[in-house]
Design a protein around this ligand. Structure first.
Ligand code: T1G
Length: 678
């Protein structure tokens, strides 16, 4: 095998030339890979190969352009040069695909004359998840194979297609059993022997599925159907425009539309934000100071204490990936209720076709309900998810200390209590860690893993690994009140309450934040969670607006009246009774009410959060600013196309503006916010 360069190799197998890309971890189309491919096809000019097979070493075929090169000065051969060399090759080019042919990787494969894959291969154009679109001909070639409708779905969702479906729609010509390269070479020899044509995807518009006029109703309906999901994002509409161009225009004209739409997105802030999030998600998994090769402890059996909403959701995460769970409650009735909710959740998913009823039984079969904490003695990881009360938690951890086997990990799902204080209730604080899930715990992707003062690094690594193994994005947080997310949220809530007293209507504050991209505003959230959470009628003295609302019988969505009134379809309308209570309270407190504009609402709600984020960073309660972004995007609904609060502060608003406004607000500004963070 001759090296074209450090990542691309060329060899002959009989009269078939085999080009191998070997650029770990995912054979991304870096400058070296592009140079190597261009070099390989140039080397084949005048070569006597009858056909060419393009294959990749390692875990996957090309998984796209090299995202880390975006925004940097272009280097090496351009992708269109490589693609033209493939497409205009005088001999058949066969792409042999395994793993995930994504983005530019699939676009390269679409320039081959034929494609074969193994049975596990996946195909997709996920650029929309990076705020982009397939910028190397994917929006013009894919619809020519799978049809405009399917292509529209694929480029706006980024969803992957399996090998069988790919074969069915003609995206691949053969699914190879056994060794992929050998199968591809054999396929190539058949193509040569049978004199099959050099099929250029670009030349065949017969499968588009209709003319521009015939497909116009589809595009209109598709936009309408997805308007809510696409709201705020620039990329989906740009993707649709390109598929429309593929239908309406000749190939090269469509390519021009794709190019211009791509460049608009590539130079925009949304894609920069979503690319930041791509790398931030992967960085979050890395624990500073830990050897990269530290192996997590084995977790074969999990215990959960508390079968309430959180305990049930947490248990499902493990049951769903094949790990048996023993769930413990104090009373039979509560236990039965909790187990019943888990079963219903699974049955609902089965009804939606996500998996079979057999799978429901298999998952329920892994669950052992119990009223006895001693049944947790053989668990590798025990997660406590009971009422937020320090005394109760310390009592449970004290008992667990007696019951749990040596080396077992003792985790608390507390959402703000001091994990070190909980750990001190045991003789093994090194085995104690926080695992803060978000409700519903079987759905929300975020997991704050709280590193206690004495938490053993391997215990921390194991909690993080279990997060990943159960489909979570795990982020390390230090011990402080509310950890990363809730600590920052309390700053936003504080300002929202002040703005409400100073004259901003709760509905306006919610509107400003939902217009910004949050799924819900603070007052909608309060109504959803219930205004009476932690409220006690006996001790309530009307000290806060919330007290007054509760004293007036307002509870939020659960009784149809809170900051909003709710009809039978949960449609909300600002509640005049709540507004009257707020007015009266503000008057009583002598607060001069005034008209407050949307910009002030937004800045006062979000800037103190960023300031708190900078404090959290400065105190080392978060490892990196991008972790804070991941917490807010995956746990608190921060719009991904704004990159998270710290990215937004740095790249959109600018720290100087935030410092200026915070100083005007009389806030103590974190020095890190002034100086900047890495
Ligand atoms: N560019 C650069 N680095 C990449 C990369 C890419 N495309 N894909 C993955 N990595 C790195 C990643 O940061 C991590 O690094 C390591 O590889 C393993 O990734 C012109 C414009 C392929 C499904 O969007 O979805 O093509 O943290 O942890 O879980 O139209 O990676 O180890 O240092 O995610 O097994 C389109 C992105 C690009 C696919 C594997 N392609 N990648 O998942 O591993 S835009 C994508 C993925 C484009 C063209 C356009 C996943 C994966 P580190 P990992 P994984």
């Amino acid at each position: 095998m001759a090296a074209i360069n450090s990542v691309v190799y060329l060899e002959s197998q009989g009269d078939i030339a085999v080009i191998t890309v070997n650029s770990p971890p995912v054979n991304a189309l870096s400058a070296d890979v592009r140079d190597g491919l261009a070099g390989a096809f140039a080397a084949l000019a005048g070569h006597d190969a009858k056909a060419v097979v393009l294959v990749c070493a390692g875990r996957t075929f090309i998984a796209g352009a090299d995202i880390s090169e975006f925004g940097k000065a272009p280097r090496g051969a351009s992708l269109p040069v490589v693609q033209d060399a493939m497409e205009s090759s005088p001999v058949p080019v066969i792409a042999a695909i395994h793993g995930t042919a994504l983005g530019g990787g699939l676009e390269v494969a679409l320039c081959a004359h034929y494609r074969v894959s193994d049975a596990k291969a996946k195909f997709g154009l996920p650029e929309v998840k990076l705020g982009l679109l397939p910028g190397a001909g994917g929006t013009q070639r894919l619809p020519r194979i799978v049809g405009a409708k399917k292509a529209t779905e694929m480029v706006t969702s980024g969803a992957q297609m399996g090998a069988r479906d790919a074969l069915a729609v003609g995206l691949v010509d053969e699914v190879v059993d056994g060794d992929l390269t050998a199968g591809a070479v054999a396929f190539a020899q058949r193509v040569v022997a049978e004199g099959r044509p050099l099929k250029k995807v670009r030349d065949d518009a017969s499968k588009l599925g209709g003319s521009a006029d015939e497909l116009a109703p589809f595009f209109a309906e598709f936009r309408a159907k997805n308007a809510k999901a696409f709201n705020g994002f620039d990329a989906p509409e740009a993707n649709i425009k390109c598929i429309e161009a593929a239908v309406a225009l000749p190939f090269d004209e469509g390519l021009k539309v794709e190019r211009s739409e791509f460049m608009k997105l590539m130079t925009g802030l949304q894609s920069a934000a979503q690319r930041h999030v791509f790398f931030a998600e992967r960085a979050a998994a890395k624990i500073d100071g830990l050897p990269a090769d530290m192996q997590p402890l084995p977790v074969k059996k999990v215990g959960v204490i508390g079968a309430g909403t959180m305990g049930g959701g947490i248990s499902m995460n493990f049951l769903s990936v094949g790990i048996p769970v023993t769930i413990v409650e104090q009373k039979q009735e509560a236990l039965d209720r909790g187990v019943g909710v888990i079963r219903r959740n699974y049955e609902n998913s089965a009804k939606k076709g996500r998996f079979s009823m057999d799978e429901v039984e298999a998952r329920m079969g892994r669950l052992t309900p119990s009223l006895d904490m001693n049944d947790l003695a053989d668990c590798d990881l025990i997660i406590e998810a009971v009422f937020e009360n320090m005394a109760i938690k310390k009592d449970i951890f004290g008992k667990l200390d007696q019951i749990a086997k040596p080396g077992a990990i003792l985790a608390s799902n507390t959402s703000y209590l001091d994990v070190d204080e909980i750990a001190a209730a045991t003789s093994r604080p090194e085995s104690v860690v926080g695992m803060h899930y978000f409700s519903p715990a079987n759905v929300m992707r975020l997991l704050e893993v709280v590193r206690g003062e004495k938490t053993d690094p391997q215990v921390l690594a194991t909690a993080m690994a279990m997060g990943k193994a159960t489909g979570k994005i795990a982020v390390v947080a230090g011990v402080c009140h509310g950890f990363i997310g809730n600590r920052m949220l309390s700053r936003r809530q504080q300002q929202a309450n002040l703005l409400m007293l100073e004259g901003a209507a709760p509905a306006d504050i919610d509107r400003v934040l939902t217009d910004f991209g949050f799924p819900m505003g603070p007052f909608q959230m309060s109504d959803l969670a219930g205004l009476d959470i932690g409220w006690n009628a006996e001790t309530s003295k009307g000290e806060t607006v919330r007290d007054r609302l509760c004293e007036a019988g307002l509870r939020g969505q659960k009784n149809g009246k809170g900051f909003y009134t709710y009809d039978e379809n949960r449609n909300r309308t600002p509640n005049p009774d709540a507004l009257a209570i707020i007015d009266a309270y503000a008057a009583e407190k002598g607060i001069n009410r005034r008209t407050i504009d949307d910009q002030e609402i937004l800045e006062r709600c979000l800037f103190p959060m960023v300031n708190e984020g900078a404090r959290i960073l400065a105190e080392g309660k978060a490892q990196r600013a991008s972790d804070i972004d991941i917490v807010w995007i995956n746990g608190y609904g921060w719009p991904v196309y704004r990159g998270g609060p710290m990215f937004w502060a740095e790249n959109d608003v600018g720290r100087a503006r935030i410092v200026e406004v915070l100083e005007k607000m009389g806030e103590e500004v974190s020095p890190l916010l002034k100086d900047g963070w890495k």
